[in-house]
Design a protein around this ligand. Structure first.
Ligand code: ZN
Length: 671
């Protein structure tokens, strides 16, 4: 009896999975909705009667329990890089020509596909079973959304093993989205329930996928297209087309509009056709993605700092609307750089209310001849800040006024502005400029820097006005007694802020260094330096420009900025005071199990048969090594692939150990 029930359950699961496959992957449903519901209900009843026969991968198990706390973050094993953008047809053509030149005009295949305006996701399958789903996050670290992704019927809980080709591990990348019709239905429901509406389908999808309770996600009808394999065990493809057909064969939906293209003209034609038809497609797309088809060629092209050379995202023209420029305000950033901001008459731009737009700099204001009170065209693409694209000169009113940053009357008479050498930007020269100090302090306290909870812009401004803080180190001397007497503070909020300041004292090197606000030193660079300095501020202080420039990913601009920062006695003092006032930098453990290559400096030259240069670099870095771009007497080893450059002879001159590809595996295992 039990055997028969088990067989029926297996049979029902197969039928349901086959239906989902036909529906979501092949777009060719074989069952009607009510037939499907019947099967599902029969399965539910059988499982309820025989709880011991319920499989974790059964379609009835998609909606699980709510997660209790915040979503957990995990590192991506292979970073999810972003693509560089092409904003017009010339840039698409340039991309094509660049690749062609690289390969000396050989015939090269490309694949073009729609760029879905959704949410990047990484799906990890172990032995064919969905184990984890992470958001793209910042590309290096994402949030665990497994409980929600499991509710999506288009995501198989178990891969289809029709050709006996399921690897023990595979990480698939895709884009989660909400179809436009589902988005409209959802907003209608919310309107009737008097709930806040989502601005667009992308926001609705993002809000749905990050829920703690999977029941909510399950009710939202999310969809997915998969487009890439991030990593896998013992499965290789020659090209993107083969890889996509593999994804499809194992049950993962891929976009049916993907197409092979041959040259620049094809790419532009594909992009145009997509743009002309975008309103007829039932999901939001904001451009096309063009990739080199062949994987070997991709490896030879390799990566730039944060994006691969073998792909480009071509953007559609953004949506536009008209409004009036009411005023120009000046913002002062943490490095003193001044950004003009246009205040415009509030206007609805593709579902979002807009009241300000970026103006970049004085040159842009002059070039476009933008005057206060002008009627202007506002444009917005994706989530970026809207900008003014054009002045409607035929509508220029009589009271239109020219604007110049140099003539601006600042509230603080000590503020003086000067154009930065060789740049379009102006900077405030007043070392005590309140706007600048405010921006610096806000940045230091912000989430990605020191993450001092409760210390938002308003509180920073208040403490500054009360003369309680004037530089970042002052924050760590604040006392309960200072705060509790202030307006807006109560006993509890004063205690809370002191607590979160104390919590923030235990910090990491990247947070602290990023928080200092050294020009051009962002989160990514801070992490790179962290590894190189072994999380020591003293090491950072002593770094010479030449040494820094050797680190892969750091250029002379960053190196100069860091040196200049510490040359300034005032900055040096602030850093010391922070440390004296209790800031404690917890050393980063790069890889607990294997740090054997710590302090080793490795240079790579040539290309490799068995793995890509970027993978090799990652493996070395995971073992604690620093990958540098030039040979010096301090280099620990040179790894040599095919067609090595001049580095090989230089390494021989310095007597530096040389590792050839056949010895590479041994070298990596040993170290
Ligand atoms: Zn100023």
């Amino acid at each position: 009896m039990e055997k028969q029930t088990k067989k029926r359950i297996d049979d029902l699961i197969d039928q349901i999975n086959n239906h989902n496959y036909a529906y979501y992957v092949l777009d060719d449903p074989q069952l009607t909705d009510s037939e499907y519901d019947h099967l599902f209900r029969e399965l539910e009843i059988l499982e309820k009667k025989n709880p011991s026969l319920v499989l974790p991968t059964s379609p009835t198990q998609r909606v699980g329990h709510a997660v209790s706390s915040d979503l957990q973050s995990y590192n991506h094993e292979v970073p999810m890089l972003s693509l560089s953008n092409a904003i017009n047809k010339n840039e698409i053509e340039e991309f094509y020509k660049r690749i062609l030149k690289w390969f000396k005009n050989k015939n090269i295949d490309f694949v073009a596909e729609p760029k879905i305006d959704g949410l990047g996701v990484s799906l990890i399958y172990k032995n064919g079973i969905l184990e984890k789903a992470l958001t793209r996050g910042d590309g290096f670290k994402g949030e665990d959304i497994t409980h929600n992704v499991k509710t999506m019927p288009s995501v198989p809980l178990m891969l289809r093993d029709t050709r006996n080709e399921i690897p023990s591990f595979i990480e698939v990348r895709g884009e989660i989205y909400m179809s436009i019709s589902d988005f409209e239905k959802l907003n209608n429901r919310r309107k009737n329930a008097d709930e806040k509406l989502f601005a667009n389908a992308r926001n609705a999808a993002a809000g749905s996928v990050r829920q703690l309770d999977p029941k909510i996600t399950a009710s939202r009808n999310l969809s997915i297209f998969c487009y890439e394999i991030g990593g896998s065990d013992k499965i290789n493809f020659d090209n993107q087309i083969d890889m996509l057909s593999y994804l499809k064969s194992v049950g993962l939906p891929v976009n049916p509009l993907s197409k092979k293209v041959k040259n620049g003209q094809d790419m532009i034609a594909y992009h145009r056709t997509l743009e002309n038809n975008r309103l007829r497609i039932n999901y939001e797309i904001d451009g096309s993605v063009i990739k080199v088809n062949n994987y070997k060629l991709r490896e030879r092209l390799g990566l730039r700092a944060r994006s691969p050379r073998w792909a480009i995202a071509a953007k559609f023209k953004a949506k536009q609307t008209e409004s009036q420029l009411l005023a120009i305000e000046l913002q002062v950033g943490r490095t003193g750089v001044i950004t003009p901001v246009a205040k415009i008459k509030e206007v609805d731009l593709s579902g979002v209310m807009i009241s300000s737009a970026t103006l970049h700099n004085q040159d842009e204001i002059d070039r476009k001849d933008i005057r206060i009170n002008d009627f202007v065209l506002i444009e917005r693409s994706g989530d970026v800040i809207p900008k003014i694209t054009k002045v409607l000169k035929e509508k220029r009113p009589k009271n239109a006024k020219k604007f110049s940053i140099s003539d601006y009357i600042w509230p603080d008479p000590n503020c003086k502005v000067e154009r930065i050498k060789d740049q379009a930007a102006f900077r405030c020269l007043n070392p005590n400029c309140k706007l600048r100090v405010t921006a610096m302090l806000e940045h230091f306290c912000s989430k990605n820097a020191m993450n001092i909870e409760g210390m938002g812009p308003k509180i920073v401004e208040q403490l500054l006005n009360e003369n309680l803080i004037s530089s970042v180190d002052d924050i760590f001397r604040l006392q309960y007694e200072d705060l509790v007497v202030l307006e807006r503070f109560k006993d509890k909020s004063a205690i809370n802020l002191i607590n979160s300041i104390n919590n923030a004292k235990q910090t990491t090197f990247p947070r602290f260094v990023f928080g200092l606000g050294i020009p051009n030193v962002g989160q990514h660079i801070s992490k790179v330096i962290d590894r190189y300095c072994n999380s020591s501020i003293d090491n950072l202080r002593q770094l010479k420009v030449e040494e820094m420039e050797e680190i892969d990913g750091i250029g002379s601009t960053v190196a100069d900025a860091i040196e200049n920062y510490f040359k300034d006695k005032e900055n040096d003092k602030i850093v010391n005071k922070c440390l004296q006032n209790g800031v404690n930098i917890i050393p980063t453990l790069f890889n607990k199990s294997n740090q054997k290559m710590l302090n080793k400096r490795i240079v790579i030259t040539g290309s490799f048969e068995t793995l890509s240069r970027s993978d090799l670099k990652l493996r070395l870095e995971n073992n604690g090594a620093t990958v540098t771009s030039t040979i010096s007497s301090k280099t620990s080893a040179l790894i040599v692939g095919q067609k090595p450059g001049s580095k090989l002879s230089k390494a021989k001159k310095f007597n530096i150990p040389i590792i050839y590809e056949q010895e590479l595996q041994n070298f990596l295992d040993k170290n």
